[in-house]
Design a protein around this ligand. Structure first.
Ligand SMILES: [Zn+2]
Length: 367
């Protein structure tokens, strides 16, 4: 490891050698990792994460819930993919573990992460174990539980006024100054995004080669959508319908989807209780456009839900399924309910809701 990796620019088709680089040098486009498929076997975590870095992330449970948790009239199958089980409590551990593995291999002496909280906690956690410094940049409004977790792991925390876009820019500056690797988990770090294909592969294998009708994903810029898409393409050769779940107070992808546009534009004044998806896509709206194109390719949908609906879904997951998650994690169930009411999700469909982050991270939302 790694196998012969190369990077590919999604915008201009340029190929370049794998190094610590985050955007195409020719056109500033999004880079993705190209890797030869293993012969006669699935991807393994070790294809993405080195032994020295892994903390046992991934391979999370896929659990079936009672269908009436979706709606009293729903007769199909409802599953949750429980990403709260990752080492620092969110699916971001998968990205960070892979990005950290490559960063160390390329000689990085520290890491920086711009984060709404969960990715920063993951970066702090994995840097602590790897014995390297981490600087985590968060918006001032980040939930206290996530900030406490970042500090507990020993990272240097920098809080930046305003929304996530400001933190993103500040992290870029810090990386330029320090030479540290940028572990920000938008589409910025191609190695992190690449590891998310394991999510799609797990979903396909965990039910013995089942392709559900829908997979509903809490979405900011959308690397998890790409991971699920790629994982199914790798293993099944086709994807389920993918739905991006966003909050009404920050729904740039949903807005473009509803208006039949191909280009996503940044969102003014994001305002939602779901901190993990409160990203206006200010400096990188094209990442939203990439996610939107994958959703359309899958014949999927994009759906915005109110904070009230998110809180109701969050409480139902805790009280009726024993799953304690943060608001962002519950947007998938809230959006599924919405899609069912609108007739998009059929009464006998099989649905998987991605639940992305643990309830311990945002106690304030529970009050
Ligand atoms: Zn390019």
């Amino acid at each position: 490891m790694p196998q012969q990796l190369t990077l590919h620019c999604i915008a201009c088709d340029h190929s370049l050698p794998a190094t610590l680089i985050y955007r195409c040098p020719d056109c500033d486009g999004i880079l993705e990792v190209v890797r030869p498929k293993p012969e006669g076997r699935d991807w393994r975590r070790a294809d993405f994460v080195s032994d020295a870095v892994t903390l046992g992330e991934g391979s999370t449970p896929l659990r079936e819930l009672r269908p009436d948790l979706l709606h009293a009239d729903f007769r199909g199958s409802l599953f949750i993919k429980d990403e709260t089980r990752n080492p620092s409590g969110s699916f971001k551990d998968r990205l960070v573990a892979a990005a950290m593995s490559r960063a160390l291999e390329f000689g990085a002496t520290g890491v920086v992460s711009a984060s709404s909280g969960n990715a920063g906690a993951a970066a702090a956690c994995y840097a602590a174990n790897a014995g390297i410094p981490a600087i985590v940049v968060c918006p001032e409004a980040t939930p206290a539980g996530k900030l406490a977790q970042i500090v507990a792991y020993g990272a240097q925390l920098e809080r930046v006024p305003g929304h996530y876009g400001n933190s993103f820019q500040h992290a870029m500056k810090l990386c330029a100054e320090t030479g540290y690797a940028n572990l920000t988990t938008t589409y910025l770090n191609p190695y992190g995004v690449d590891a998310l294909r394991l999510v799609g592969q797990e979903l396909y294998r965990q039910r013995g080669g089942m392709i559900p009708d829908w997979i509903v994903v809490p979405t900011s810029s959308g690397p998890l959508v790409k991971g699920v898409f790629q994982g199914f393409m790798d293993t099944a050769g086709r994807t389920p319908r993918l739905a991006a779940a966003q909050a009404e107070g920050c729904a740039p992808i949903v807005r473009a989807f509803a208006a039949d546009q191909t280009e996503v534009h940044s969102w003014d004044n994001p305002k939602t209780i779901a901190s993990g998806i409160s990203d206006p896509l200010l400096a990188y709206a094209e990442e939203g456009s990439l996610t939107l194109s994958l959703i359309r390719q899958s014949q999927g949908a994009a759906c915005a839900v109110t904070d009230a609906a998110i809180l109701e879904a969050m409480a139902d997951l805790a009280r009726k399924a024993g799953l304690f998650c943060e608001p962002t994690g519950a947007t998938s169930l809230a959006a599924s309910r919405n899609l069912f009411m609108k007739g998009e999700i059929g009464p006998n469909d099989t649905i998987v809701c991605m639940v992305t982050g643990h309830g311990f991270k945002d106690f304030a939302a529970w009050r």
